[in-house]
Design a protein around this ligand. Structure first.
Ligand SMILES: CC(C)(COP(=O)(O)OP(=O)(O)OC[C@H]1O[C@@H](n2cnc3c(N)ncnc32)[C@H](O)[C@@H]1OP(=O)(O)O)[C@@H](O)C(=O)NCCC(=O)NCCS
Length: 240
């Protein structure tokens, strides 16, 4: 099967990429930070459509307003359809030097325990970046392949792009990965520095909190680092 690989340059691609991202992240094993960031009232089709539309608008806005953002796509040449995508960031400077010191917030949730739960899980991934990734670096923020096209090399194409850039620029790279993502990343010189799991236990948990624990159990997060050049050696000091 022939695949074509390209950087996304047109807004039109997002109407294919974002529904595909949701399908890929909703297939078991699910990647739950996405529905925790873009909430829905229920698990029905109409609610999902709203989530995807909200996500698409937010992702396009973030991409347009952030010159470090690079979306990539892999297309099946025979059908012309996008079958995989990802977003790398190239930070030539510390992106957190002016980061405001305020609590992490997901604006799309109404106030309450559901919002607090989502912020606890997603915040545990996002907040440490400020102290861990202060040097110039690349980071991989999302990566997904259509479940019908997995293990055919699309993920490899997207990893090759980012790791080649990192090597050309002499930069280290980071990613917070799912289990599946960690298997892919380790083929490209990433090592797991810490495997992190949020403890969601709270005393006297409300029904809302318990419902969130059931629907969105915290995933193990593989916090991965790729040293400059991609060759980890035992005597290297770890980034955190
Ligand atoms: C992770 C993901 C993007 C991989 O995409 P893919 O197109 O199937 O990857 P590739 O076919 O290019 O595989 C590349 C390498 O990763 C390894 N890999 C990929 N999936 C694997 C699996 N399920 N088990 C073991 N190894 C796997 C392969 O061994 C392969 O190495 P090889 O070429 O030496 O055989 C895909 O599984 C996915 O979309 N998962 C769901 C979303 C997700 O978890 N994303 C990661 C978030 S950090």
């Amino acid at each position: 099967m022939a695949f074509e690989f390209a950087e996304v340059t047109s807004d039109g691609d997002f109407s294919e990429l974002i529904p595909l991202l949701w399908r890929a992240y909703s297939t078991e094993p699910r990647v739950t930070p996405l529905p925790l960031t873009f909430p829905a009232d229920d698990d029905g089709a109409a609610a999902r459509e709203k989530q995807v539309a909200q996500c698409q608008a937010a992702m396009m806005h973030m991409h347009r307003s952030d010159p470090t953002s690079h979306w990539l796509k892999v297309t099946n040449v025979a059908t012309g359809k996008i079958i995989a995508g990802c977003r790398w960031h190239i930070h030539e400077e510390n992106p957190y030097s002016n980061a405001p010191d305020k609590p992490f917030c997901i604006p799309f949730w109404p106030e309450g325990d559901r919002k607090k739960y989502a912020e606890k899980i997603v915040g545990a991934i996002v907040q440490p970046r400020k102290t861990r990734y202060q040097k110039p670096h690349l980071s991989l923020q999302v990566i997904f392949t259509d479940p019908d096209y997995r293990n055919l090399g699309a993920g490899r194409m997207m990893m090759e792009w980012g790791t080649k850039k990192a090597d050309e620029m002499g930069l280290e790279s980071f990613v917070e990965a799912s289990h599946l993502g960690s298997l892919l990343n380790q083929k490209f010189g990433f090592i797991t520095v810490t495997k992190e799991l949020v403890d969601t236990h709270v005393p006297d948990a409300s029904d809302e909190w318990k419902d969130m624990e059931t629907r969105f159990p915290p995933p193990p997060v593989y916090c991965m680092w790729r040293p400059v050049g991609g060759q980890y050696e035992e005597n290297m000091s770890l980034p955190w």
